[in-house]
Design a protein around this ligand. Structure first.
Ligand code: MLT
Length: 396
């Protein structure tokens, strides 16, 4: 018997588990201190009324013989997929409902999709990056090539023709940097992927934070993308489903490699290894697309974006540079006084009782940077920024 020794090549614990552990230890040692968490990107506003009503109705359905639902279609109920077809049509993207797969969230699918690809593929991953991309490929023993995202390219690296890649990860609006690719930049990526015969895994989990039509909210708004990209998205940040769990993955029919439909492979994979998202949860997610649901979720997103402005303006006053915060819930800042990411983490925890995420946890280029999230509640966001300002002015 042999274990998967690739697990020896990843950090012992996942970034956000490590932060939670450090925070809990600090709280245990300092029970009188009120710690504000602006670390993990977890929402704080409750589910909107329209979603709650739909969840209740779905629970009632389950209590009658006619309304009861047992195993559902593994790839999701048509009632939710049809809403997503309309949602994409609103972005100018034409999809068939069979190109959409409902899941329990983007994170799971971003890892699970790797079942479809050979172990010997080379994976191109920007650094810094959401740690799931690196960890899941390391677990599978794949060769990873990193692409530098830094202040010089505004944390938006573009393709390097001299690098050969088979699988490419892109996240826009980016986690952790908050940077957003424009249409021309994404087109460069699509052209590069087509030339390389590569597949882009496009993480659009934060698309709802983009305002206006100047920036792409789906990779399929780029010509040619259906031939080279899979898109992952979720209701977590859009509609507060971090604890309720529902997401979706788009695998276009046009995506074909080695004469094989990737859509068919994914359907085969999902029907074998996944039994679908609960009917009740999918009903809740479908309510996001009613007129009232859209109004309510947009209010919540606007609230978080206002938090981002509060964080950004406090940083402006402190003369600290940052990216993000405008079309993204994340603010990615340069640690003051050339502190390392973890030094600044400890400083903020101890001197301001505020938790953030050390940039170094997202890769080597994240060293010296720090991420704050706008998903806190208003009172805590204001208080946290006051405390950070006081601590920096007093100690640094
Ligand atoms: C984050 O804080 O980066 C995200 O909340 C993690 C996630 O979405 O899984």
């Amino acid at each position: 018997m042999k274990i998967n020794n690739n697990f020896n090549n990843i950090q012992e614990s996942y970034l956000f588990s490590m932060i939670a552990k450090k925070t809990n230890e600090y709280k245990k040692a300092n029970p009188d201190k009120e710690v504000i968490r602006l670390g993990i990107g977890d929402v704080t506003k409750p589910l909107c009324k329209e979603v709650i009503k739909s969840l209740h109705d779905a629970v009632d359905d389950m209590s009658t013989a006619e309304g009861f639902h047992g195993y559902g279609p593994e790839q999701g109920y048509e009632f939710l997929k049809e809403e997503l077809v309309k949602y994409y049509a609103g972005k100018g993207v034409c999809l068939s409902s069979d190109e959409i797969f409902i899941s329990d969230g983007a994170k799971s699918d971003l890892g699970n999709i790797l079942d479809l690809f050979d172990k010997d593929n080379t994976v191109l991953i920007p650094d810094p990056v959401y740690p799931v991309y690196v960890d899941t490929n390391t677990m599978a023993g794949r060769n990873i090539v990193f692409l530098n995202a830094d202040g010089n390219n505004g944390f938006l690296p573009l393709p390097d023709e001299s690098v050969k890649a088979d699988i490419i990860y892109l996240c826009s609006p980016n986690n952790p940097t908050g940077a957003v690719y424009n249409f021309e930049q994404l087109k460069e990526w699509v052209d590069y992927a087509i030339k390389q015969d590569a597949i882009i895994l496009f993480d659009a989990a934060y698309e709802c934070f983009i305002s206006g039509d100047d920036l792409p909210t789906s990779i399929y708004q780029i010509e040619g993308a259906k031939k080279c990209a899979i898109e992952f998205c979720s209701f977590s940040k859009t509609a507060g489903f971090t604890g309720t769990r529902c997401g979706y993955t788009v695998v276009p029919f046009d995506l074909v490699r080695e004469d094989t439909s990737i859509n068919k492979m994914w359907l085969r994979r999902q029907t074998t290894k996944f039994n679908g998202v609960p009917y009740i949860v999918q009903k809740g997610a479908a309510a996001v697309f009613t007129a009232e649901g859209q109004k309510e979720i947009k209010e919540a997103i606007a609230y978080y974006k206002e938090n981002a402005l509060i964080i950004a303006s406090a940083l402006d006053k402190l003369g600290i540079s940052y990216t993000g915060g405008k079309n993204s819930p994340y603010i990615w800042l340069k640690c003051p006084n050339n502190m390392s990411s973890w030094e600044f983490f400890d400083f903020l925890l101890e001197k301001a009782n505020v938790v953030g995420t050390p940039g170094a946890g997202f890769g080597k280029n994240g060293e010296g940077y720090f991420r704050l999230t706008a998903f806190g509640n208003r009172e805590n966001t204001v208080k946290a920024m006051e405390r950070i300002k006081e601590a920096i002015e007093k100690y640094l």
